[in-house]
Design a protein around this ligand. Sequence first.
Ligand SMILES: NC(=O)C1=CN([C@@H]2O[C@H](COP(=O)(O)OP(=O)(O)OC[C@H]3O[C@@H](n4cnc5c(N)ncnc54)[C@H](OP(=O)(O)O)[C@@H]3O)[C@@H](O)[C@H]2O)C=CC1
Ligand SMILES: O=C(O)C1=N[C@H](C(=O)O)C[C@H](O)C1
Length: 260
Amino acid sequence: MIRTVITGVTGRMGGTLLRLVRESKDLELAGATARQASRLEALGVSGGEDLGRVLDSARAQVVIDFTSAEASVAHARQCAERGVAMVIGSTGFTPESRAEVAASAKSIPVVLAPNTSVGVNVVIRMAAELARVLGEGYDVEVLEAHHRMKKDAPSGTALKLAEVLASALGRGQEDLTFARHGQMGARPKQEIGVQTLRGGDVVGEHTVYYFGEGERIELTHRATNRDQFGLGALRAARWVTGRTPGLYDMADVLGFQRTS
Ligand SMILES: NC(=O)C1=CN([C@@H]2O[C@H](COP(=O)(O)OP(=O)(O)OC[C@H]3O[C@@H](n4cnc5c(N)ncnc54)[C@H](OP(=O)(O)O)[C@@H]3O)[C@@H](O)[C@H]2O)C=CC1
Ligand SMILES: O=C(O)C1=N[C@H](C(=O)O)C[C@H](O)C1
């Protein structure tokens, strides 16, 4: 059994992960964190507010962390100090905070994935392939929709899609456009647009549009609950436990060639 700690267990993903780890045959819950330790009792789990202290008593092999970018940076440092592997699903990283996770990943193996659903990762791969095959004659746009409680925008998945599309088309960060308003002028050929919708209880939807002359291709993934994110995270946890230190992503877990 792989001894697993879940951070932010009172969150939407934390709750999903707790149920899936409890249902799993090869992962066991070694502890959990919550910002208010009093809430752990109601869930019937042992743990505390500080990951470092939880790890010191839990003999954990892997931490699954879906909290926030800021919290994940601190959690990665605490795991690195104790040699515990990690799966980080948090989004909202800046280049600087991502670099801090990468620094921790010099001493522990870390899977950092803005989307742990296997289906989404297949779509990311297909999106890059479609862009490569279609080439320059198509205008590429990414649209994402999420629930009203989501804090970061655009989603980590939309950013990843934009990154792999740019790489497939030989374009760079400077070609990404995150919103349009006012007198923008005609759409530059090189542009890759990334647009965000927020509302209700939308779990997570991503569409890549390829607008051509006389045709339009749309590649869509819709999550209708959080289980596939959780199951993918458990798969990543099995894969990363005992691995050589380094920063990995779901492409590594799934044995795909990296797209960017
Ligand atoms: N990779 C993937 O496939 C997916 C990624 N995500 C990402 O995972 C993250 C969590 O999403 P979700 O579960 O919906 O969010 P929630 O707000 O429901 O849960 C976040 C949890 O993390 C805790 N937390 C937040 N900030 C801190 C902090 N600074 N220190 C310690 N704990 C903290 C929260 O505690 P408290 O309850 O006290 O606020 C809460 O328990 C987001 O970044 C989201 O984008 C989400 C779904 C799938
Ligand atoms: O916050 C969410 O809910 C989600 N966040 C991830 C992201 O930012 O890409 C993945 C998923 O779509 C749900």
